[in-house]
Ligand binder design. Sequence first.
Ligand SMILES: Nc1ncnc2c1ncn2[C@@H]1O[C@H](COP(=O)(O)OP(=O)(O)OP(=O)(O)O)[C@@H](O)[C@H]1O
Length: 806
Amino acid sequence: MNFGSSNISIRIKFDSNKGSACFYTVLSESQLPESLQDVKVYIPYESAELCIAQIVQDIEVMKKKHLEMVQEMEENFQLTAQKTQKWLVQRVRSHYLNKLNTVRRMLDLYQERVEKNKADWEKKAAGLAEQNQQLLEERRAERRKNEEEALQWQREKSKMLELFSSRMDVLHCHQASTLQELQMARQEIGKVQEMMASQQQQEATEENENSDKENMAQQQTMTCSGSDQPLEGANARLEELKENLYQREREITELLKAERTPVPPVPQPPCSILLPAVIHKAHIVCCAVSETQRLLDQMIEDNRAALAEARDKLNHLQNEKQNRNDGEESRDQDGSNESSLTFLQETVREYEVCQIALDYIKSGESLATNDCEISELEDVLGQEAVQTPNKVKGVGQQLLLLQDQLKQEKDEKKKIIENYTSERAMRKKYYNMVEEMKGKIRVFCRIRPVNRSEVAQGGGVVVEKSDDHSVNVETPRGPREFQFDKVFSAESTQEDLFQDTNRLIQLVIDGYNVCIFAYGQTGSGKTFTMVGDKDQKNPGIMPRSFNAIFDLMRENSPRFDFKVSAYMLELYNDRLQDLLVSQAGEASAQTQAHGPARRVEIKRNRKGVVFAQGAETKEASSAQELYALFQQACASRHISATKMNVESSRSHLIVGIMVESKNLTNGSVSTGKLSLVDLAGSERAAKTGVKDHQLKEANSINKSLSALGDVISALSAELPHVPYRNSKLTQVMQDSLGGNAKTLMIVNVSPSECNLDETLTSLIYATRVKAITNNAQRNVDSKEIAQLKEVIMRLKSGQAVEDVDV
Ligand SMILES: Nc1ncnc2c1ncn2[C@@H]1O[C@H](COP(=O)(O)OP(=O)(O)OP(=O)(O)O)[C@@H](O)[C@H]1O
């Protein structure tokens, strides 16, 4: 029978006990016992009607029961499904919690290790600081010692000068006597002149007398011949005296001149210089003044005689002593003889010294030519000093000793300075390492060579590298030093610079975000540093990084699977433009689609990593492919000539390279991003000579750089609010300045005086950047998370997803 949608078979069974009455079932055929199947019963019509009604009623009841059963089963099924789901969720959760705990433990361990390393480094730094302090102390002590020695030298010098001035006193006495003589000579000349005058007067009187002329003339002739003789004699004497007078005057003038000549300021004249100088001067005086020569001869004679006498006495005393020793005299007498023997020895020494000095003064021979004698002289002086400590010290030996000491000091000082310099360099290196570990932004400074226009302007070089970490700037107010992580001079090559940058590329492969950007005045060499020169004979950081990325990938290829993709943008007039989409292509795409222009927007993900939404991201399988993309981007970049730079970048170039690396051992996936930024140069319109649209460009550049400056100031001063949103440039660089990235800034400067103001501004700016701390973290996902992310990606893009086994 057909009841609604269900086919129900009815079987009616005959009951022999009840006559014609019957009963039925609604079970399917297969469920009936075979004996009851296909039983056919014939009953009267009325009974059949009743029976059918009963059957229908019963079937309704059965149907209801059946529906209830189905509902119950459905409910049961749902309950079971819920339970299973809950159980599954719990299992997944506990699985991930376990993983999270493991990661946490690993992190703790890692942090512990980092902290331990940090503590070690700090300890080392402290040790070095202590060592440095010690070295400084030693240096100070050395300086004090040197000063004391210099004083000692000064005292020795004064003693020598005293000796010299006593000699000069003798000469002065002599001068005085000479002057007296001159005075007398002058008086004599006066008398002779008077005599001559009276003679002439007498002649005139006699001329007037006429009488007795002949007689008188004869008489006069006789007188005249008699007085002519004294007159001639007087004249000759006069001439002689005059000559003498002039000679003396010349001598005196020379002596006075020599006396007035200041002693040359020799700070520490050693004996070998001082002695010859004294002897030379004395010799000059002797040659110039004959009396001095005589006096010197006299002195030499006297000294020789005294020396011979002293030697005789000494010999005599020594013989006596010898005899006494043989005869064993009393002790008292021995003592007195001993002291007189010492006294005599000293006297002999003194005379010997005097003799040597006087001989040299007389001969004028240069002491410097005869080192042996100098040492002999100094030796004598030295021995004398040992024997007579309370008398004049052995100047020679003292000087020699001091000279030696000075040399040692100088050597030691040189060594200390060398140690100090290397220690300073090491300290800076460790300090920079510690700073880097703390997350501080690293800053390099590069000084470019002087260019032609600067040479034409004629300004000198005022910016110079003083060592690997310092740059010195000569300002009108005096020199100023700036410290950086590394300083590159004009001679440094692109290779040199990249050697210190290369390390950061490895970090990108490891899954870190790295940012390298160049900052500086227009024409200071930013594009040269980041991109290289036009014909790529000196490639910059960007092309070198492309090669380095693929080289590192090749090295790690047995353990990792890599994927590289890139976007390239320029920020021109505060608008982000995609350089991988040609402007013509973009325009035609817009006209076809009649849609709005594709906008590139800067967004940040949950980890704070900046990404360019809407920018074309292209994959590259080799460095060449990546470089081709880069060239395509550079071709679209806004560049034009200004007074300061024939190829001035009028926009900020931003290149982002993403490296995804999948660990083939554990399936984890890390994603590193390398941001390379060539900023447009800060410029002054007056200097660059820009007009019209270039002026607009310049304003936009300066505005964005000023916003960057504000961000840097806020970060370095650790202000609570950092104005990232003031410019697109600061938004692009948000993760690089105070964010999740390892950042390197290269400040480019001109060495020339004509750019001094801009250079100082750039260096001050860069110094502030050094104070900013980033918090770089590795972007790595476990295998499961990476898979789930992939599923989400596929689902988002409408692709089918196969079963995911987590
Ligand atoms: N270290 C260097 N060695 C040799 N030449 C250099 C160096 N640095 C810069 N130059 C040269 O100086 C000129 C200006 O350099 P560059 O274009 O890189 O400056 P810039 O800072 O990028 O300027 P702008 O901001 O205007 O773009 C170029 O001709 C470049 O080749």
